[in-house]
Ligand binder design. Sequence first.
Ligand code: ADP
Ligand code: ZN
Length: 679
Amino acid sequence: MCAAGTLLRDVFGFDSFRPGQEEIVEAVVRGENVLAIMPTGGGKSLCFQLPALVRDGVTVVISPLIALMRDQVRALREAGVEAGALTSGNTDEENAAVWDAVETGRLKLLYIAPERLSSGAALGMLRRIGVGLIAVDEAHCVSQWGHDFRPDYLRIGDLRRALNVPLAAFTATADAETRDEIVNRLFDGQVPNTFLHGFDRPNIHLAFAAKDSPRRQILDFAAARKGQSGIVYCGTRAKTESIAAALGQDGHLAIHYHGGMDPEARRSAETRFQQEDGMVVVATVAFGMGIDKPDIRWVAHADLPKSIEAYYQEIGRAGRDGAPAETLTLFGPDDIRLRRSQIDEGLAPPERRVADHARLNALLGLAEALRCRRQSLLEYFGETNVSCGNCDLCDTPADVFDGTTAVRKALSAALRTGEWFGSGHLIDILLGNETDKVRERGHDTLPTFGVGQEYSRRQWQVIFRQMMGRDLLRPDPDRHGGLRMTDDALPLLKGEATIELRQDSIRKADRRPAAKTLVNEEDAPLLSALKAKRRALAEAARVPAYVIFNDRTLIEMAEKRPCSVDEMARIGGVGAKKLASYGDAFLEIINGEAEKMHPTRRKLAGREAGSLYDELLAVQADLARGPKGTDKPLSCSASLLAKVASLRPKDQASLNQLLGEKRADRFGAAFLDVLREAS
Ligand code: ADP
Ligand code: ZN
């Protein structure tokens, strides 16, 4: 196995690379300039952390968020990697520890905040310490037109030139404009080796639901996932507070978060969410950037997000660890009206507004989709041939009907009343309701009056919602939200096109859905016990729980139930350092007691040398008193056996060298047999 593969397993505890990681790691190890575009949760950090261990010198990592840097450094140190951060938030001791590691040449990764680059001292320091690679996280922060622009990122180009070392840049933002800006500003226009990786996040389940009683819908969704970390996104600050309170009453550990809170309160909410297990935060979109919690198990939208990009980014905060995560996005006619009016009333120039409507349409199209949501979502990002099986419409196909006639009737009601009215009044006309408003305006004499009695009021509401969602009717802000027909509806009106609509997608929830678990019923109690242990260890070490082991690792432990240190080493996420620190504690939970094992043998856990060691030990025991059982007892020390198992000498001569003549005489032939068998 290559050096990178060995490190992947031994240090990071992963069996295999995620899609795309290996090529990126190889290019960075070779010292090429690299630009890698990977979706959130795709595993970008590994793509510079692993090469940092393979390459000579220090890897400087530039990252915009101090909290994230500190988390990564903590996680690396847990895995036994020498890493440090220089940030304005450091204590003197922390700074001293970093310098000490630098001076003694032990430091492999040095995280620095971009602000530091503005001081001349930083450059001098970086020159002295022998930097071999620059890694830039969130590279889109160099884009002056993006929403995350960081002026200090513009200094990174100078740094690269001054140090004259390769640079690897990472981002989740894929659009071509941003990419060009990164190439210009970080690489002086020399196109680096570029990797563009898929946007699919297959472990995230996608679901939308029309608003019925939205508060109840959110509370039910959360109730089925009690004890799991989640985010509820709301459209208003007031709603974050009321839903958080309701969740609290339902027995959740829930807090609210919005831009109106003072910075101190916001920071403390972020820290608590990051650190505490199973917490729910109810937030406006102000919450998210700066949250790097890999074990968020669900994201719910109590209101429709503002665009398909925002939706993708917000749900993407769930399930970064790769374990299953769930989402639910609620939407209704009011959301559509609100989002449209925000665009229309905003200050953006007209072309921009047209583009914003299109991005909202893309999201509404997703909300009203008739087939697989993942395919619609990824199609928007330019990906085809997507397989799914993990969205509500793959679970239960939509119940569709030919809505052409219904849509024509609705359009006609709108047109004959001058496109001045909202859906409520139009539905009254279609149903033939003689309300005051209908009579006053003489709408009871229209040919459309009463032509829609085959549907109930509720069904018409569903039809109008879908017409708005598919942008056939748009509320006009200049007409107090009166619905106007769009050009897209013309072919339908003229009889040149047909349209499929969904039956009422509002299903009455019979009762609270059963709790969802991450593992099957049988393994659930063990998983809770493992989580409790993890929480205790995390609290003692004052780190977030996932720094000990992430959810995915605990799920695998609960399912595979390793009963030896060797088996434990094969669980994804259990590297050598973590095995040494926590292996026994978790084995004890699984098996009632920890395995007793010689420390030397323990170091070989999970490797082929481990099983070789066991076989050598067995043949040695057979020969302890010689072939006839009459000689003086003789044995090799554990460390000698470990050497034989690791170095795998091929002949008697090398065994002589390793073991000395006396022992080589007694055990040599038998050992060589064992080694030959194994190769
Ligand atoms: P991002 O691309 O968003 O920066 P991270 O680097 O934070 O993603 O990685 C997301 C999660 O995936 C982390 O919990 C990390 O431990 C995990 N991860 C990364 N690479 C692998 C891998 N090869 N196998 C299993 N898990 C991985
Ligand atoms: Zn699907």
